[in-house]
Design a protein around this ligand. Sequence first.
Ligand code: G1P
Length: 286
Amino acid sequence: MKVRKAVITAAGWGTRFLPITKAQPKEMLPLVNKPLIQYSVEEAINSGIEQIIIVTALGKRAIEDYFDRSFELEDVLEQKGEIKLLQEIRELSNLVDICYIRQKEQLGLGHAVLTAKSIVGEEPFAVLLPDDIIDGKVPVLKQMIRVYEQYKTNIIGVEHISSKDTTKYGIIEPRRISGRIYQVLSLAEKPEPAQAPSDLGVVGRYILMPQIFDVLEVTPPGKNQEIQLTDALQLLLRQQAIYAYEFEGVRYDTGTPLGWLEATIAVALKHPDIGQELREYLRQFL
Ligand code: G1P
């Protein structure tokens, strides 16, 4: 069955980016002039996704407003003759079919995914974590859908990480199948370097079979007392195969100030309106 739906989780507190995230959803921080979450929405659309389910929480209303229509703003732009901006603003609300679910208690990534159960139903679906911005010639989700079409089972995005950073990621125990594809033998959520089964870290892109929901329902709290998607995947291995795909592209972890700055500079340098000037400006610091 085709992968038609994508769940974007946007319910976390953004503790790694406090204090700004006290009153500002981290998913709405800008990368140049678009909020972070728009990059995941566009990646999903460019990968052929037809419906997006955004899991939000308390304090995240700005996300819904952003993808909604704003007749007042459209009116003002029209009167000012700002036709290009007007088109851009209108296109934003027509991007794709988006629906929202509120995660009422922030009990972890696994729990956030579980809240989408009734909207996803009985079909394979994608999960995107908007903190992970991935710049690839082919959208990463599209690369993963191709792998899914070959194996018709769960696919998770991975990349080699520095071995001192294992405590930041889900880590897989891999068995290489070919090129960029591995069979997942086991997974551990944020292990200490000495316990890590490899240096292949899970990044925020997954294609999951609907059976993950039944597993999530019985997954006990794990690391940080949260219901972890990684733990549910480890349980799912008892009944289904999981493959990992080492994607082609550069990933930025925009959930931290440094990662966000790196992504901002990289995206801005490529931007047609400001890239050249920014390059000249940055030369003075070298
Ligand atoms: C989550 C997952 C982790 C994964 C990471 C990718 O952790 O729990 O397994 O490696 O996303 O970004 P978080 O970064 O939300 O703490």
